[in-house]
Every structure is written in C-alpha cells, then in structure tokens.
Ligand binder design. Structure first.
Ligand code: PXL
Length: 271
C-alpha cells in the first residue's frame, strides 16, 4: 500500500557542499531509515571555508512544493531549517497550517558557525510569533536561545528560564544546546524541558575537531525522523543527541577546512 513507509520532511536551505542544511537533513533521514522529502526555501553557495552567496526561492514556488507533497505523500514529521526572512517564514507557517505534515521540529537557524547570517535580523519577531508556536520541539543553540528570549544565558538556571520562556512563546518541548566553543571544555551539555514539565540534561564528550558543520541540522532532522517512525518525543531527543555525538566522533576528511560530520559513523554506532 502507498505511504506505509515512514516519511519525513525538511523545509530548509540547500548547502552546496553537502555538509549542512537540507543535505545534512537528508543524510540523517537516510541513516535513520525514513524516506526523506524536501521543500527548498533557499540555496547557498559555499564550501568548507564558508558561504559566498545565497538566493531565496519565490514564495509561490515554495507553496507549490507544499501543495504537491500534500497531494501525494503522507508525511509523519517535519523540520524547518534556514528560512531567511519574514516573507519565507510567513509562507512556511501558512502552508504548514494548511496541510497535515505531522509534528514540527523547529531549528531556529540564525547564523552559521562561521558567522554568515541565514536569517535577517528583522525576521526574529516573525520567527517568535509565527513559527515558535508551531513547534512540537524547538532546538535552539545557546546563541539562538538568547536571541529568542532576550536573556543572557550564563548559568544552568538561565537555561531553565530560557526554556520556560520558549514554552510561553508556544513551543511544546524545548532542547537548548549548550556551548561548545571552549577548547578546554570536556563535555557538551544540552538542556531539555518537555511539554509535561519533566526536564533533564544530556551530556556527551566534547570532541576537538573542525568537522562539525551540520550538527544542528542533523540533530533536529534526527528528532523528526524518530517522530516519523512513532518514537516518543523524549526518546527521539535522546537518540538524536547520541546520533550527533557519534557523527562528530570519527570525522570523514572531505573539504579542507570546516568539514561535515559523519552520518555513516553514526548510523553504524547507535541502535
Ligand atoms: O547549519 C546551519 C545551516 C543551515 N542551512 C544552510 C546552511 C547552514 C550552514 O552552513 O548552509 C543552508
């Protein structure tokens, strides 16, 4: 029968070097054995040194992508990545509400690890108003959580406060990814606050490597993949943290500078 196999959707930008964005999402869907569909919002021209240019797709084209997928596929979970500006956020939110594409994982992508902006500053408010309330799970990094909450996040208590504030904005489950910018640190700790109020920290070792492009994309895609298979939210988040850790642990050497993580390593090393 058509559509029995679990299907997930990424609504994101294409990254030409394959390390991040939609490509990282599709690698993850493949590794987690869900069929991956994709609604492209933008294309960036980049390589492992950085991004040089980006173009945004027309909103009527993006709406067409939604319409065509809805007419044929049965998507059981979705995730968002690069949405670039207010117009694209509005288009994505409107279309997501029009169809049934399952629970939504929002990765509130603002900037690449190397400082290229992937969301206009003027669009932060629409991200908060239109997209955060649609999030079954939201996965900001430390920087994005600060931007969305206007809090200065220093202590563990600050993470808790920020997560609660994101729930007030409408997100159901929140995972705030901890800092990983200190070469001395031994572990990377992420804070999770679930819809029912249960909370916990997830901790994995810090790996000293430049090959970490696409970690946020992979984490959110892995959560969506698990949800598409029927995994509960807490387990989906726990699997995704382990998956990303395994993918960082053993690099694949492609590109000269800030390379990708290794989805095959992850596929082979977690259940
Ligand atoms: O990893 C964030 C990200 C998301 N989407 C696109 C990107 C990047 C980082 O380079 O290029 C399209």
């Amino acid at each position: 029968m058509a559509n029995e196999y679990p299907q997930a959707l990424t609504i994101a930008g294409s990254d030409s070097d394959g390390s991040a964005g939609m490509q990282a999402d599709l690698h993850t869907f493949f590794a987690r054995k869900v069929y991956g569909t994709s609604i492209m919002t933008a294309c960036v021209a980049g390589n492992s040194y950085g991004i040089a240019a980006q173009v945004l797709l027309p909103t009527d084209f993006i709406s067409k992508e939604f319409e065509l997928l809805a007419a044929d596929y049965q998507i059981r979970a979705s995730k968002t990545g690069m949405l670039a500006n207010t117009e694209l956020i509005e288009t994505v939110a409107e279309n997501y509400l029009k169809y049934d594409f399952g629970p939504l994982v929002v990765d509130p992508v603002i900037m690449t690890k190397h400082g290229n902006m992937l969301l206009e500053e003027a669009a932060f408010e629409s991200l908060k108003k239109l997209l955060v309330p649609l999030a079954t799970v939201i996965t900001p990094n430390f920087y994005e959580a600060q931007k969305l909450t206007n809090l200065n996040i220093q202590t563990e208590i600050d993470y808790v406060k920020a997560a609660k504030q994101l729930q007030k904005l409408g997100a159901k489950n929140v995972m705030i990814k901890g800092r990983h910018d200190d070469p001395q640190q031994a572990r990377v700790n992420d804070y999770v606050l679930l819809a029912d109020g249960k909370d916990f920290w997830l901790s994995e070792p810090y790996h000293h490597t430049d090959r970490i492009n696409g970690t946020g994309d992979t984490l959110s895609a892995c959560i969506a993949a698990e949800i598409a298979k029927g995994t509960d939210i807490e387990t989906a988040i726990r699997i995704a943290k382990k998956f990303v850790n395994a993918a960082i642990e053993k690099e694949i050497a492609v590109g000269h500078k800030f390379g990708p993580i290794n989805h095959w390593q992850a596929e082979d090393n977690i259940e």
